[in-house]
Design a protein. Structure first.
Ligand SMILES: Nc1nc2c(ncn2[C@@H]2O[C@H](COP(=O)(O)OP(=O)(O)O)[C@@H](O)[C@H]2O)c(=O)[nH]1
Ligand SMILES: [Mg+2]
Length: 273
């Protein structure tokens, strides 16, 4: 987070993380389509011919809230293994994470591997998923199966972070994922920086301003279920070990230890390159 008090400007960095081809760039494209045209910043994507993100994508969203200028800077990471150092750099100074998992049964191990890779890369940046507002989006719901649906239900029941299903190519679930994350992010920075009492920036007002930037936005109360007891409002969570992304041996050959080690080794290799 950057807070420029002189210019009364707040900048938040939101990173879409996940395995290659899970739909991160598609999320940004779909979101761009839902931003009121007069408010649209420049969506910068850099794909190779086969849909692979080469570096990263960015989409800014700038609006006023109270007497503050707010900049939300959205980034995606490139998913391919060889781009780990880029992923790590993109995570620098992240304020919030949308983890885009792939619902395809064949991708469950990938999801887990990239979750662990994210945990590792956050750590290298002095960040931790437990302390960062985050949501999980299960994209490509149209390609999921019963086992994916079970995994989603189980993750929801654990109540560690908001969980969304999406079909980003059709724009479904994209705005919901984004708004929920922005809401959690505001809550978190408000806890730390007391924005409501210090600069009169209130959570509802903030979210309303974000909604105003969007065409036909859902209501926030329809997106976020009431927080259950023990729900950490996105600040908690320990999803890597929960088995939900295909971890602890359930759905993944080799068990969690092997995947975690593989993910960590990945990180080390690319980091050292
Ligand atoms: N069937 C289906 N395809 C999708 C969905 N979302 C994205 N895709 C496709 O998956 C491919 C990879 O998407 P992309 O956004 O480039 O993935 P990224 O690597 O995570 O940025 C593209 O061909 C998209 O059109 C979805 O919800 N369902
Ligand atoms: Mg991409």
């Amino acid at each position: 987070m950057q807070f420029n008090t002189a210019q009364r400007e707040l900048t938040l960095k939101i990173v879409y993380y996940g395995p290659g081809l899970s739909g991160k760039t598609t999320n940004l494209r779909a979101l761009y389509q839902r931003i009121v045209p007069s408010l649209r910043g420049h969506l910068m994507t850099l794909d190779t011919a086969d849909d692979r993100t080469l570096f990263f994508d960015t989409l800014p969203l700038v609006f006023r809230s109270g007497n503050l200028k707010v900049k939300l800077k959205l980034f995606t990471v490139p998913g391919q293994v060889m781009h780990n150092s880029t992923r790590r750099i993109v995570l620098q100074g992240a304020d919030a994470i949308a983890f885009v998992a792939d619902s395809q049964p064949a991708k469950r191990q990938e999801n887990y591997k990239y979750w662990m890779n994210m945990v590792e890369n956050l750590k290298m940046n002095g960040l931790s998923i437990e302390a960062l507002p985050h949501v999980v989006q299960w994209n490509k719901k149209d390609l999921g199966d019963g086992a994916t649906a079970d995994a989603v239900a189980k993750m929801r029941a654990e109540n560690k972070q908001p969980v969304f299903e999406a079909v980003a190519v059709r724009g479904e679930g994209v705005v919901e994922t984004f708004l929920a994350l922005v809401d959690l992010t505001f809550e978190q920075i408000d806890r730390t920086y007391l924005l409501s009492s210090k600069v009169g920036l209130d959570r509802n007002l903030f979210i309303e301003e974000v909604r105003r930037c969007l065409v036909d936005p859902p209501r926030i109360q329809d997106i976020l279920p009431p927080r259950g007891p023990g729900g950490q409002g996105g600040a908690g969570g320990n999803l890597g070990g929960s088995g939900i992304l295909g971890g602890p041996g359930e759905t993944m050959p080799g068990g969690s230890g092997a995947a975690a080690a593989a993910a960590a080794a990945d990180g080390k290799m690319a980091g050292g390159a």
